[in-house]
Design a protein around this ligand. Structure first.
Ligand code: SF4
Ligand code: SF4
Length: 412
């Protein structure tokens, strides 16, 4: 940690905090833990002290850092411009080789090794399909629940594989695309139907879509876990795969935010800035167009704006705008309904606080009387599905692409 004292960006960033507390009220981890060390203000002070060498990080220090969801609501609102995302990612990286939580770090490293490998993700997805279809996961849950509530919650939150995995080789490879499609890793494995719907929605909006074959995972989870070297390898591969001028459609809020950080992750790579400027969310690329076969549906739709869309990217409301323009009835979720708690690996690493965040949000969503919730981040989507399944709710969660899909004939 002391090495961070030599990182000018880190130290200057941490020094900007004037302890004004503006960030505290909007912090989801503070709303659950209610301790100063679990507020953004407290974390900045801890990180600053550790970098200056006036505090030696211990297990408790790491827990405060691990309790952060990385939602960056604090960074978005901070009047002093504290670069919280950079500080927490660098801190996780510095803590990688500490003596605490070694088993957990090893498990995360192994899991992220799988995620970085497209063939391995596809293999796991195919493996999970029959297991989930036969409900063997539910059987295991039944067995472990009396002994470990946290493990049972982890099983609840496991991604459900919906449809066959998305294979890049089956996706369009256009010579002169105006949009390049980013397929993701977990999303390609678990939400293949969403990726196919995304391509159909883009094409129905008049885009020529191509799906680069040599693209890789965005590296968001690696960055958040402190594996910055691994994240850099993935980022460089994507800069090569997405060469050109076409816009890059990233239909996962978390991946898009991480990819918009490539210029900071790879400050010496001249390709990074241009790539970042081409990243678009699906909601920025679709809309009413002459002859467009997207049909409005008789549904009451609530929109969950992911933290990673609202914060820093400032894309909150963009899905609502597209749906409203298409004549869909959008019912508002009360302001302040909060973060869903999914946050990458957070619901797996910290299941209790994650579910404590999810439940009030689901209460608010059910209270709207909606039929469907639209999400634009795979983590939020899958975690909300888990929560709604758990409470046997009739409300369904779909990705924006599924609602816009002109080829979708299901009764959504
Ligand atoms: S809003 Fe910014 S300056 Fe104020 S306490 Fe939070 S991090 Fe510090
Ligand atoms: S990133 Fe989110 S959870 Fe972490 S300190 Fe900031 S507001 Fe709180």
């Amino acid at each position: 940690m002391k090495a961070l004292g030599a990182d000018k960006l880190f130290l200057e960033g941490a020094m900007r905090c004037v302890r004004c507390s503006v960030c505290v009220a909007g912090c989801p981890s503070y709303s659950v833990f209610k301790t100063e060390g679990d507020s953004p203000r407290g974390r900045v002070q801890l990180m600053r002290a550790a970098a200056l060498g006036t505090l030696v990080p211990d297990a408790r220090f790491e827990e405060h850092m691990d309790n952060c969801l990385g939602c960056r609501a604090c960074e978005d609102i901070c009047p002093s411009g504290v670069p919280f995302g950079y500080l927490i990612d660098r801190t996780h990286a510095a803590l990688q080789h500490s003596g605490y939580h070694r088993l957990r770090k090893l498990a995360i490293r192994l899991g992220l090794g799988v995620i970085a490998n497209r063939s391995a993700v596809t293999f796991v997805a195919w493996l999970l399909r029959p297991i989930q279809w036969l409900r063997l996961d539910r059987f295991v849950r039944l067995l472990v629940a009396p002994f470990s509530r946290a493990t049972a919650r982890r099983i609840d939150a496991l991604p459900r594989v919906e449809g066959t995995p998305f294979e890049l080789r089956d996706a369009p490879q256009t010579d002169d695309p105006d949009v390049m499609m980013f397929a993701g890793c977990v999303m390609a494995g678990a939400l293949g139907d969403v990726q196919r719907a995304t391509i159909r929605s883009l094409e129905a909006s008049g885009h020529r879509v191509s799906t680069p074959l040599d693209q890789r995972c965005c590296g968001a989870l690696h960055q958040h876990a402190g594996l910055r070297d691994e994240a850099r390898v993935l980022a460089r591969a994507n800069l090569g795969a997405f060469a050109g001028d076409a816009e890059v459609c990233v239909n996962s809020a978390g991946c898009a935010l991480a990819m918009k950080g490539y210029a900071k992750l790879l400050p010496d790579d001249p390709r990074a800035a241009g790539f970042v400027s081409r990243i678009r969310d699906l909601s920025e690329l679709v809309g009413p167009a002459p002859g467009r076969p997207i049909r409005p549906r008789a549904l009451r739709v609530a929109v969950q704006d992911a933290c990673h869309h609202r914060n820093i990217q400032r894309l909150g409301g963009s899905a609502t705008k597209v749906l409203t323009e298409l004549g869909v009835e959008v019912v508002p979720v009360p302001k302040g309904a909060g973060c869903c708690g999914a946050a990458g690996l957070y619901s797996a690493v910290n299941p209790d606080p994650a579910w404590a965040l999810l439940n009030p949000l689901l209460d608010a969503i059910e209270h709207t009387g909606c039929d469907v919730v639209v999400a634009s981040n795979p983590g939020c989507l899958m975690f909300m599905r888990a929560g709604l399944r758990d409470r046997k709710s009739s409300v369904r969660v779909v990705h924006l692409a599924e609602l816009l899909d002109p080829g979708d004939t299901r009764e959504t």
